[in-house]
Write a protein that binds this ligand. Structure first.
Ligand code: NAP
Length: 304
């Protein structure tokens, strides 16, 4: 059994590839850089460029499952050209792979793709299950919708499609948590805007296991890849401060300041999605970290 992972060199991909290799699953990965096989001993790297439409199709030899995590980072400034790259790297990536698989030469049976909770409209009260059909009208909502549509096209090739809508992935390496922790360490933890926006999060370890579970036994469909207990931003900031034993006194950062500094990207910190994990729980997935305090203690407390 062999899996092909795109975006393997990223935050989630690195954790996933290492876990797959440890459990004895063969891994091929696609990268836009020169493959550094030393990065993943035992895995084989191949080149592609979704935006240029190029791919080394040897990457698909013997592959039963594709796990698609690739995508240009949304943390960089959203210029018009870069917005196109954010969209194309995700959507074209799926299209380039589908085209290579179309001829029936490769034994691919399943696609597990990253997606994001940003597909749900920002709302301070609504609890979002996967059955919710309204899509956020902002840039991220539109990207995620097109990303999922590109994934759905794989079912026309007879491939089972599993879409995982990731919440904020908590890790100390990169992603949103280090950005939140930095000010708290300086004693400057505070609410962002009114702080009442919901943050739906997942520990990187749980997300890694969830992707492996989806690849091995997850039924086709869409799943919210979030821990069972989302919380409001101010509570998250206070929990980080408590775990780091830092004061929490600074005044909130007004929304308008964040909008001036971040522009459209302020949606990343101000939008509110209270997302339900019920479907994945009902399907039998067991979280190691359901409580945010356990997840943050695991990540932020020095290990003995
Ligand atoms: N982290 C989160 O909190 C979070 C939340 C929701 C959704 N997601 C989504 O989950 C996926 C994985 O997240 P992550 O945090 O692991 O992302 P990441 O650390 O930014 O890694 C993404 C990977 O995508 C590849 N990539 C970058 N630009 C590319 C381009 N133009 N064309 C093709 N590939 C490109 C890179 O691999 P190479 O350089 O090797 O090509 C990179 O390692 C992403 O699609 C992300 O949007 C993440």
């Amino acid at each position: 059994m062999k899996y092909l992972v795109t975006g393997a060199t990223g935050l989630v991909g690195t954790s996933l590839v290492n876990a797959l290799l440890q459990s004895g699953i063969g891994v091929h990965y696609l990268t836009t850089r020169v493959p550094q096989n030393a990065a993943f001993p035992g895995a084989r790297g191949f080149r592609w460029d979704p935006i240029q439409g190029t791919i080394d199709t040897e990457a698909l030899e013997g592959v039963s499952t594709v796990i698609h995590l690739a995508g240009a980072s949304i943390a960089k400034p959203w210029t018009k050209a870069y917005k196109k790259e954010i969209l194309d790297s995700r959507v074209q990536g799926l299209a380039v792979l589908a085209q290579a698989i179309e001829g029936g030469k490769f034994p691919v049976k399943k696609l597990v793709t990253a997606s994001a909770t940003g597909i749900y409209p920002s709302d301070l009260e609504q609890v979002y299950a996967e059955s919710h059909t309204e899509v956020a009208q902002d840039f991220l909502g539109q990207v995620v919708q097109q990303w999922e549509t590109a994934a759905d096209r794989w079912s026309e090739l007879g491939i089972e499609v599993v879409k995982c809508r990731f919440g904020l992935v908590f890790s100390t390496t990169s992603g949103s948590l280090p950005a939140m922790v930095g000010p708290v360490r300086w004693g400057l933890g505070s609410a962002l805007g009114h702080g009442q926006q919901w943050q739906s999060w997942i520990h990187l370890k749980d997300l890694t296991q969830l992707l492996i579970w989806c690849a091995a036994q997850g039924p086709a469909g869409v799943y919210n890849a979030v821990a069972p207990k989302p919380l409001r931003q101010i509570e998250l900031a206070k929990t980080i401060a408590r775990i780091l034993r830092k004061p929490f006194w600074a005044p909130p950062v007004p929304s308008w300041v964040l909008r001036v500094i971040l522009g459209e990207r302020s949606a990343l910190v101000l939008s509110s999605q209270r997302v339900s994990a019920q479907k994945i729980l009902d399907a039998g997935f067991v979280f190691e970290f359901s409580e945010v305090s356990d997840a943050l203690s695991d990540l932020l407390t020095p290990k003995r």
